[in-house]
Design a binder for this molecule. Structure first.
Ligand code: CP3
Length: 334
């Protein structure tokens, strides 16, 4: 059994498996080299040979316990024919959301459009670097996808007041998101993904009163669906204030905490395995500080089922040498 499964399924502690959110890409020179030659990011995600290669790059360098497929949460709107481009120094930019057209899309056309992702998962999961390790598939949470599909770009700090104006548009879009997310998840699992992580990067934008409608209920629905496929699900509701409430409502197998969460407190409040926490900015400081902060998390979660990870994606300016240092600290920790 993989170390991550020992933690999730058998609730083992002191094993300290490790993987890193956004480990494939950005900060690795070997990724940047490929990226430079492939200016269209979506096309790169749909090039099964290159995306397989990029997925394996961090595993070639570091002693990680899982691969995460090189893809993007925005492949879902792309698969639904909403245009998505990645503008340099700006981030994603989506085209207008046309519900009329979108509601006519057939599942088989969606799956055909995204099929290189499934082929890449299949390739990677059979690679010898994956022996005794997990292959993580992922999706954006319904709420975070809704934000991108309606707002058409990253919302930065807060949503425009007009965001909730058209309730019909919101509800119809959520229904489509739910239907195709399930399809996307099922195909990733069929192709070899043996864990699913749900990224709710914009959960923290909502007021407490709106969490049940937009976060708890739609995510619980997905979590229940993934459980019927017998694959563990990790949820990452970045920026929410009350992780305990989230866990009680959404019931994931693992909760991934962001760097604002007090690790002492969460350990007392939550009964399920915990992942993550370390602020990615610590990797930009120095080895001494990195060691201190890494040990802090390892000490707090000693004797608790814990998967080491960061509290958000690794930053592009991170030196691979610092990642290697951190991974070895975690692996050698007794
Ligand atoms: O974890 C991995 O290494 C697997 C690949 C992965 C990517 N995106 C590749 C990517 C994963 C898991 C994601 C998730 C994702 N994508 C999220 C949720 C996690 C989070 O960070 O909150 C979100 C919100 C997105 C949407 C997205 N994609 C944005 C906002 C951007 C631009 C800014 C950025 O983060 O670079 C992307 C582009 C993107 N997705 C890149 C990569 C490697 C950079 C592309 C480039 O080289 O320009």
């Amino acid at each position: 059994m993989t170390l991550i499964n020992e933690v999730i399924i058998n609730k083992k502690s002191n094993l300290n498996p490790i993987w890193i959110m956004r480990q494939a890409g950005r900060y690795l020179p070997e990724f940047r080299k490929i990226r430079k030659l492939n200016p269209n990011f979506i096309k790169l995600c749909l090039n099964e040979n290159l995306s397989s290669k990029i997925t394996l790059q961090p595993l070639k360098r570091f002693n990680l316990d899982a691969a995460i497929i090189f893809s993007d949460i925005l492949m879902l709107p792309y698969g639904l024919d909403q245009s998505v481009i990645f503008k340099k120094n700006f981030g994603p930019l989506l085209g207008d959301l046309n519900l009329n057209q979108m509601s006519k899309i057939k599942e088989k056309d969606f799956v055909a459009k995204l099929s290189p992702i499934y082929k890449a998962i299949n390739n990677v999961s059979k690679n010898e670097l994956l022996i005794n390790k997990n292959m993580i598939g992922f999706v954006g949470a319904p709420w975070t996808l809704l934000v991108y599909m309606i707002n058409k770009q990253s919302p930065k700090i807060k949503l425009k007041r007009t965001f909730f104006k058209d309730k019909i548009l919101i509800n119809e879009t959520l229904l489509i998101i739910d239907k195709f997310l399930k399809k996307h998840i099922k195909n990733q699992i069929k192709s070899g993904a043996n864990i699913i992580q749900i990224f709710d990067s914009w959960a923290g934008l909502l007021d407490e009163k709106d969490l049940p409608d937009y976060v708890y209920y739609p995510t619980l629905n997905l979590v229940n669906y993934i459980k019927t496929l017998h694959v563990p699900v990790i949820c990452f509701p970045r920026g929410i204030k009350n992780y305990k409430n989230y866990c009680e409502n959404v019931k994931p197998d693992v909760i991934s905490i962001d760097y604002e969460v007090d690790p002492y407190l969460i350990k007392k409040q939550i009964k399920i395995p915990i992942q993550g926490g370390l602020n990615p900015k610590i990797l930009l400081t120095n080895k001494e500080n990195l060691k201190k902060q890494t040990f802090k998390y390892l000490k707090i979660f000693k004797d608790f089922p814990y998967i080491f990870n960061l509290g958000h994606g690794i930053l592009p300016e991170t030196k691979p040498e610092m990642v290697e240092y951190m991974v070895n600290l975690v692996k050698d920790y007794k």
